[in-house]
Design a binder for this molecule. Structure first.
Ligand SMILES: Cc1cc2nc3c(=O)[nH]c(=O)nc-3n(C[C@H](O)[C@H](O)[C@H](O)COP(=O)(O)OP(=O)(O)OC[C@H]3O[C@@H](n4cnc5c(N)ncnc54)[C@H](O)[C@@H]3O)c2cc1C
Length: 465
């Protein structure tokens, strides 16, 4: 190993140049194996491209597995392409409930299914590997350097898809990016979720039925249909208010939210810790937020067990493997999608995905300012949502400033308000397929024939308009 050198500037360490082995040369390189990464890899491989996914975790799925976030806010009947395929496959494995307004599933089964789908499609997986640097030839990206147990390795590709959720590749490659809310850069909170076993769901539902005014009014977010295996609980406002006033709950927690529930197994996922004012692209903030979420969760668990009927014998099964980061960077591309576009159901000639979801104007489920579920928070107290749809144009996938790079998932060129609509796992998965189907072609992504792309997406069962 060559000695690093401390330069004149004591805050900077200048590393010596080094030779990095080129370990792969593929058609499509997918950086990040979360929701969009899964869609992207399958989209590319099924279009015939030699495809490799690089993922820092041991498994695929992003928040759906690593953060235990296991609910899609759309009925399965409205899903298209690979998303519907995944939902039905999970259902067949006894790990997902179809027929309701939302789709809850088992994160462990999702891990296995994602790996199976990659194997069937011939996608190569490199897990335990961090995408560290882009390999650039002027403004054209040629691949990335990964860091893993073997050291640093170079992977070359004809097209690179950035599905890191944080636009890590785009930012390092010099693409135009923004972070958080346009006005002040604030971002949605981070959370660590946890699952409880040993819950008497029937008793919890009886309590909710007997206290209807104490829960969120939206029938898509508070569901009491155990007979059909469908339960989602959002509220317990009186319990939360009293416990917070007594110092038993963190100041940030104004309601109790339980979803991804398996009625049959008595398993409940709790989505309540909230840390504000942290940046998911800052390593120190990530570490601090994770610890703070886990501190909050210990209080939340004690309150649930003490006060919520049906949870007296509950025990903590597991918690997010890593803190869930809801928002960081987004790119800027030829088009910037706004909430006004989505509300107007604007028809885009270059639409590459039509997305259904439960939504309504201003439903910011995770306001960057906090107060989620508080007495004056219309979103969680009395507002409702409709099953609506919107289109995503191709112009939000290609970042300004870098050629050969396609974005997927929550980093598309959309505004902070529009992100609340497009950040859902279902949408990210579909958008991933769109990204990679484009990347799999011979033309540079920014210059491709969108009509041709739309046809290829239709071949994969994706609804575009
Ligand atoms: C706590 C929480 C709750 C949520 N609740 C819901 C919900 O109820 N319903 C819903 O539909 N959506 C929900 N979401 C939103 C949704 O999960 C995300 O917006 C969506 O997963 C984003 O998809 P993505 O593919 O862009 O990024 P992700 O799914 O986050 O995937 C990014 C992937 O890239 C990997 N990665 C990141 N950086 C690197 C790197 N440098 N090198 C290698 N790998 C890297 C990550 O490990 C991850 O696997 C929630 C998100 C969070 C965090």
């Amino acid at each position: 190993m060559t000695e690093p050198r401390i330069d004149a500037d004591p805050a900077v360490l200048r590393e010596p140049p080094r030779d990095t082995p080129v370990v792969r040369d593929v058609d499509v390189l997918v950086c990040g194996g979360g929701l969009a990464g899964i869609g992207a890899a399958l989209g590319a491989a099924r279009a015939g491209a030699r495809t490799l996914i690089v993922e820092r975790n041991a498994w695929l799925g992003g928040p759906a597995t690593s953060a235990l976030m296991n609910t899609w806010n759309v009925p399965v009947e409205r899903m298209t392409g690979i998303t519907r395929e995944i939902a039905l496959a999970l259902h067949q494995r006894g790990a997902g409930v179809v027929g309701g307004p939302t789709f809850p599933f088992d994160p462990e089964a999702f891990k296995d299914l994602a790996a199976d789908l990659m194997e069937q499609a011939g996608v190569e997986l490199l897990t335990y590997s961090w995408v560290a640097d882009p390999i650039m030839d002027g403004r054209r990206i040629r691949g990335v350097i990964v860091q893993n147990k073997s050291g640093r390795q170079a992977i070359l590709a004809r097209a690179v898809v950035d599905t890191t959720g944080d636009a890590d590749v785009a930012a390092a490659a010099g693409a135009e990016t923004v972070k958080g809310r346009e006005t002040d850069g604030k971002m949605r909170p981070m959370s660590v979720l946890f699952r409880l076993g040993g819950v008497d769901i029937g008793r919890a539902v009886d309590y909710c039925r007997a206290n209807p005014g104490n829960f969120t009014a939206d029938p898509n977010f508070h569901i009491l249909e155990p007979e059909r295996g469908l339960v989602r609980l959002s509220g317990f406002f009186d319990i939360a208010d009293k416990a917070r006033a007594a110092g038993e709950l963190p100041d940030e927690v104004h309601y109790i939210r339980m979803e991804g529930i398996s009625v049959e197994r008595g398993v409940v996922m709790v989505n309540n810790s909230r840390v504000y004012g942290v940046d998911g692209t800052d390593a120190w903030d990530i570490a601090r937020a994770d610890l703070e979420c886990r501190r909050q969760n210990r209080m939340i668990f004690d309150v649930i067990r003490k006060y919520v009927p049906g949870f007296e014998n509950a025990w903590v099964m597991d918690s997010s493997a890593s803190v869930g980061v809801r928002e960081t960077r987004r790119v800027r591309g030829p088009t910037v999608l706004t909430q006004e576009d989505l509300l107007a159901r604007r028809a885009w000639p270059d639409s590459v995905a039509k997305i259904w979801r439960h939504m309504a104007e201003g439903r910011d489920w995770h306001k960057a300012d906090g107060g989620e579920g508080a007495a004056d928070d219309a979103v969680y107290r009395w507002a409702t949502t409709d099953l609506t749809w919107f289109q995503i144009p191709w112009g939000v996938f290609t970042p300004n400033g870098v050629d050969g790079l396609v974005m997927g998932g929550r980093t598309l060129s959309v505004t902070h308000a529009a992100d609340m609509w497009t950040r859902g796992q279902y949408c990210c998965l579909v958008a991933g397929v769109a990204a990679a189907s484009a990347a799999a072609g011979e033309t540079l992504p920014a210059g491709l024939d969108v009509g041709d792309l739309r046809t290829r997406l239709a071949d994969q069962g994706i609804e575009t308009d």
